[in-house]
Design a protein around this ligand. Structure first.
Ligand code: GDP
Ligand code: MG
Length: 399
């Protein structure tokens, strides 16, 4: 044994990656990412530090190192009452500044979007992940296309937005919402960088979301992953193995090769992003897709970002409101409530909401109506002001 990767060591020692990086920072050891390797001497030092910490007892750790001992899974949306700290309710997410505050907000699953050039394999890759990682539930007939799905991996839940392509990503962003935490850029190994690949990269950079490159179709005899890496380097995106910090994972959506690694890298990236959301906060979400179903009526896929949705809740979207009559998860199963990072299909809106519209909840129907009325007023005032300005301008320009 000589060198070891940071995340491998973290896994072996049962420590979160973020904690491992903290220790390395403390030791003044430089690294590029969690997949960087460290020397044996450093490994020994880390083991000593962790051993000392443990000897000091767990009581101190409870406040100083919450990440070490509180697994994200502990605080599920289903158990909001299990908050161990009494002042938890008094410390809302947005006010959480100190370590004590943030540590109470539980982790949430990462939301991932897949972008890339046409025919490079976005749909195939999503299909493969869905087939292997999503336990199909009986939806009682037609499987509705929901626009997002939850994949269960050994590293926890990952939510994929499965309307691949930049349209979904950009329309949502154009409305000021950000749903994706991580962007996967798919590049075919036999084709390398194409115009839409560059566009996808530009979108991810503009949104400031971390990027992971999946070099797809490595099963093809003419696959040339090295060329893809060189081409990326020319865009100033330097793969880790060339000394940069871009994570590049060779995969095949056909054979499944590398897909497990890709999922692992997504989880590692998410862990470093330290994604959290409070299931007890006021509800906030974004519309992924809206549509009319011949039988069911208006259906909207909404990503829960903060808080928890319940059947019966009143929701406001733009200038419309609705009451949740029924909710299904992305596997088509009926659910009664849904916490952060859960895509749900909602029945209960009267108008089809558009992708990217923000959704919030209201206490009751009256409150929902008031919010809508307020928005209508604001829009009319703005319109009137515009008309007024135009009239004044015409007077000034007049004969
Ligand atoms: P998209 O336009 O990016 O969604 O690409 P698709 O998923 O529709 O794939 C385009 C074509 O490439 C299809 O014919 C797929 O069967 C094929 N394809 C996708 N992934 C792979 C792969 O890993 N290996 C091979 N050999 N073919 C693939
Ligand atoms: Mg496609």
């Amino acid at each position: 044994m000589s060198k070891v990767r940071i995340y491998t060591l973290a896994k072996d020692l049962g420590v979160e990656n973020a904690r491992m990086l903290e220790i390395l920072d403390g030791l003044g050891v430089s690294y590029k990412s969690v997949s960087s390797t460290i020397e044996e001497d450093t490994v020994e030092l880390i083991k000593q530090i962790l051993a000392e910490e443990q000897a000091e007892g767990t009581s101190a750790e409870a406040t100083a190192e919450p990440t070490v001992q509180a697994p994200a899974e502990q605080a599920t949306p289903e158990q909001p009452a299990a908050a161990p700290v009494p002042q938890a309710k008094a410390a809302p997410v947005t006010d959480a500044q100190g370590d004590g505050g943030t540590s109470e907000v539980p982790h949430r699953a990462p939301v991932v979007t897949i972008m890339g050039h046409v025919d490079h394999g976005k749909t195939s890759l999503l299909d493969y992940i869905r087939k292997t990682k999503v336990a199909a539930k009986e939806a009682g007939g037609i499987t509705q296309h929901v626009g997002a799905f939850e994949a269960k991996t050994s590293k926890g839940k990952i939510v994929f937005i499965d309307t691949p392509g930049h349209e979904a990503f950009t329309t949502i962003r154009a409305r000021g919402a950000n749903v994706a935490d991580i962007a996967i850029i798919v590049i075919a190994a036999d084709d390398s960088l194409m115009p839409q690949t560059r566009e996808a990269i530009a979108h991810a950079q503009a949104a400031k979301v971390p990027m992971i490159v999946a070099i797809n179709k490595v099963d093809l005899p003419q696959a040339d992953p090295e060329r893809v890496k060189t081409d990326l380097t020319q865009l100033n995106l330097v793969p880790e193995e060339y000394g940069g910090d871009l994570v590049v994972v060779p995969v095949s959506a056909r054979t499944g090769e590398g897909v497990e690694d890709l999922l692992e890298y997504i989880s590692l990236t998410a862990e470093l992003e330290d994604l959290r959301a409070d299931p007890r906060a006021a509800f906030g979400g974004v519309v992924i897709e809206g549509k009319v179903d011949k039988q069911a009526g208006v259906l909207a896929t909404v990503m829960v970002q903060e808080g928890t949705l319940h059947v019966g809740d009143f929701l406001v979207v733009g200038e419309n409101y609705g009451k949740i009559k029924a909710m299904t998860d992305s596997a088509g199963a009926r659910i009664k409530e849904a916490g952060p990072s859960t895509p749900v299909q909602i029945l209960g809106f009267s108008e089809v909401p558009s992708s990217g519209e923000k959704v919030q909840s209201a206490k009751n129907e009256h409150a929902a109506r008031e919010v809508v009325a307020g928005r209508v007023d604001t829009r009319r005032d703005a319109e009137n002001a515009r008309v007024q300005r135009r009239l004044t301008l015409e007077e000034m320009m007049g004969p």
